[in-house]
Design a protein around this ligand. Structure first.
Ligand code: NAP
Length: 309
């Protein structure tokens, strides 16, 4: 099976390189044709013309496309909504329209930010979407474009992604924890912090299950699935767990005090949903996945960071 992975330099894409490698002949792209560390790979800028993307697809002739590339700058997207739509919306439609007539499955990632955050129970796949910000709207456009292409696809909605590398909340907290005595962190947004490695491993497990001999069944259970770690916490709860686990692992000498604040005390350019917990029952039941709780998943990433020191 020839697998084309787009966005190999991102948090999820980087982990997917490792997880998907054993499943087939993996070709990877980044925006500039360079991987983290400097090795070269294919180049695919989703802001380029459709023609450039189609040429890449024709030349690569993949049996499976996995798209981990995305415009993820949530606040900047408020000022660049057209670019966000191009990368997260229109380009995903191009992928889908190339893949559908060829029967090539597309695995694509989306976000809790397609919801408005006003739920009272974990969001299910068929709950009504109502993005609060330009990034969420662009990601919803991508979902719709892929669905409209009407080919085999999986849309895996995830949330609060972090990893031992890349730009993310965990790494920001560890940096600030080493510099400050007090961290003030938002306590009224609730979600499930999810390691990129968990997403990549679950994706590989799904691919292995749907294509055990390298060929996907036409009647595979395509569609939208929610995929996060289990449980729920606030950003403040996540920050407290990070500093405690980091101190236990010797990553920081002393844990700063973590003070809870309201979102109104930390204004951001983009509005964010208050309630972002995703119900992952459908993915767990359909693909026999066992998703760890967010706090045990955190311990694994802290352990990874400790070994990298
Ligand atoms: N991060 C989260 O908290 C979160 C939450 C929910 C869902 N998701 C979704 O999960 C998926 C993976 O996100 P992630 O956390 O791995 O994001 P990430 O670390 O920001 O990685 C995104 C990757 O996309 C690349 N990219 C940006 N613009 C591009 C373009 N025009 N053409 C090609 N590549 C481009 C980036 O390259 P550069 O480094 O060159 O910019 C980066 O390597 C995305 O679909 C995202 O929407 C993420």
């Amino acid at each position: 099976m020839r697998i084309l992975l787009l966005g190999a330099g991102g948090q999820v894409g980087f982990e997917l390189m490792r997880a998907l490698g054993p499943l087939g002949e993996l070709r990877v792209t980044t925006r500039d044709g360079l991987l983290p560390g400097g090795a070269t790979c294919l180049r695919a800028d989703l802001a380029d013309s459709d023609a450039a993307l189609i040429t890449l697809l024709d030349r690569s002739a993949p049996d499976l496309i996995v798209n981990a590339a995305a415009y993820t700058a949530v606040d900047r997207a408020e000022d660049e909504p057209v670019l966000a739509q191009r990368i997260n919306g229109a380009a995903v439609g191009t992928l889908g329209r190339w893949a559908a007539p060829r029967g090539v499955p597309v695995i694509h990632y989306s976000t809790d930010y397609v919801f408005d955050g006003r739920g009272a129970r974990p969001w299910r796949e068929d709950d009504a979407t109502a993005p609060l910000n330009a990034y969420g709207a662009s990601k919803r456009s991508g979902e719709q474009a892929l669905i409209a292409a009407a080919g085999p696809h999986l849309i895996l909605r995830t949330a609060w992604v972090y990893a031992a590398r890349g730009h993310n909340f965990l790494r920001s907290m560890l940096r600030l924890a080493a510099e400050r005595d007090v961290l003030r962190v938002v306590d009224d947004q609730i979600g499930a912090p999810t390691p990129a490695r968990l997403i990549a491993n679950a994706t590989a497990a799904i691919v292995a299950r749907l294509a055990p001999c390298g060929i996907f069944a036409a009647d595979a259970p395509w569609g939208i699935y929610h995929l996060t770690a289990g449980g729920q916490t606030s950003w403040c709860g996540f920050a407290r767990a990070i500093v405690q686990a980091a101190q236990r692992a010797g990553l920081i000498v002393r844990a700063p005090e973590v003070q809870a604040i309201a979102s109104t005390d930390y204004p951001t350019r983009a509005r964010r949903p208050a309630w972002s917990v995703l119900d992952c029952t459908r993915a767990q039941d359909t693909f026999a996945l066992r998703l760890p709780s967010w706090d045990s998943a955190l311990d694994a990433v802290i352990g990874e960071l400790a070994t990298l020191r």
